[in-house]
Design a protein around this ligand. Structure first.
Ligand code: FES
Ligand code: FE2
Length: 372
């Protein structure tokens, strides 16, 4: 028996991770030049560092000789040296440079050996790494896969702006992290604060959604007037209307843009799979509002940090419940974005499997209603 709200096959949080995308690996500030840093993305161990010029690199954190983590080794600003037998690898290409145990007449082709290397980009306070589709079992590494798109960026709309980021570990699978992020109904219960809203301000809402490539958009509109910050913004920007768009795009991105006259605020939030049961949320925000106010970045960071901490705490509590593998439901309309997420993910995986173009689960614009 099913009541229609039970989760069907491709709507289950199956914690499948999507390969073939850029992911945020580590905040830039955590990576200095003379140290090797560990990072894990999609259960792939990485060693991340910077060369003598400051350029970031990412290698598979397992020596192709006998599997020693390269992060245990030494780095001279150009090559990473494994701590076990001293093999050296170019930090960017991963190509082996030297095997100290070889005698002059032993003709092993050293330059054919690679420690896996990953395409790497750095901007908006983060080092991004491209995680390609896994190779067939037993295949060794060669050169890094060249992604055909650059790493995503926070949208900006003027030359001068401020930027800040924050990060938090979430003890749930990437699916629960993402649907928690796009869930409109938890606000009044999780994100209460006197300067934001109380649970009594709950009221009916109606929002328009439309399909976009690999995702969906909550279309531009004047945001609900029940929150003080928006009232303040309208006054400050002296703008008749404030438009916001919120996009979700596979594999894991939420982009929010608020524009009021010449002022703007935007953020790119990602939920990155670390393991099947663990993810990490990273928020990068950029804005040209209140640039004259020296305390604004701190204030904004405080607000964001508070929200993220409320979400993190909630998911930590939820993880305890999920540990018993309970039955789950997604209901209309509040959980429809979560349903779209699972359908998008399934459609993407299906397109990978068949080699055909991805079939978008939304036929056209949709209006959703809920109370929050
Ligand atoms: S395990 Fe790395 S050099 Fe032997
Ligand atoms: Fe939240």
């Amino acid at each position: 028996m099913t009541n229609g709200n039970e989760l069907s096959g491709d709507q289950k949080p199956n914690s499948l991770m999507l390969f073939g995308f850029w992911y945020r690996a580590i905040p830039s500030e955590q990576v200095n030049r003379n140290r090797l840093h560990k990072a894990i993305l999609l259960e792939t161990p990485l060693v991340v560092g910077r060369d003598a010029q400051g350029r970031a690199f990412a290698l598979h954190d397992a020596c192709p000789h006998r599997g020693m983590p390269l992060s245990c080794g030494r780095f001279d600003g150009q090559d990473v040296e494994c701590s076990y037998h001293g093999w050296k690898f170019d930090a960017h290409s991963g190509q082996c440079q030297i095997i100290p145990s070889l005698t002059a007449d032993q003709k092993l082709k050293v330059d054919r050996i690679y420690a896996g290397s990953y395409a790497c980009e750095e901007h908006d306070n983060y080092i991004w790494v491209f995680i390609p589709e896994p190779k067939p079992q037993g295949a060794g590494f060669t050169k890094a896969v060249e992604p055909d798109v650059p790493a995503p960026r926070v949208p900006t709309f003027s030359d001068k702006f401020k930027i800040a980021h924050l990060t938090a570990d979430l003890p749930v699978s990437v699916d629960h992290g993402i649907i928690g992020l796009m869930d409109p109904a938890h606000g009044p219960f999780v994100h209460q604060a006197w300067w934001w809203r109380s649970r009594h301000s709950i009221h009916e809402k109606q929002k328009n959604f439309e399909p976009i490539p690999y995702g969906f958009r909550m279309s531009a509109h004047t945001p609900s007037s029940n929150s003080a910050p928006y009232k303040l913004l309208r006054l400050y920007a002296d703008a008749d209307s404030i438009t916001t768009t919120i996009d979700f795009v596979l594999p894991n991105m939420r982009l929010e843009t608020i524009r009021a006259g010449k002022y703007w605020f935007s953020s790119l939030t990602t939920v990155t799979p670390i393991t099947r049961s663990h993810c990490r949320i990273d928020v990068v925000a950029a804005w040209n509002l209140f640039r004259w106010c020296p305390l604004a970045p701190e204030l904004l960071k405080f607000v964001f940090a508070k929200f993220v901490e409320q979400d993190r705490q909630t998911m930590e509590d939820q993880a305890a419940g999920l540990g018993y593998n309970p039955h789950l439901m997604l209901i209309d309309d509040a959980d429809r974005p979560a349903k779209w997420y699972f359908e998008l993910k399934a459609a993407y995986l299906e397109s990978k499997r068949t080699g055909e173009e991805m079939r978008h689960p939304m036929a056209g614009p949709v209006t959703l209603r809920w109370r929050s």
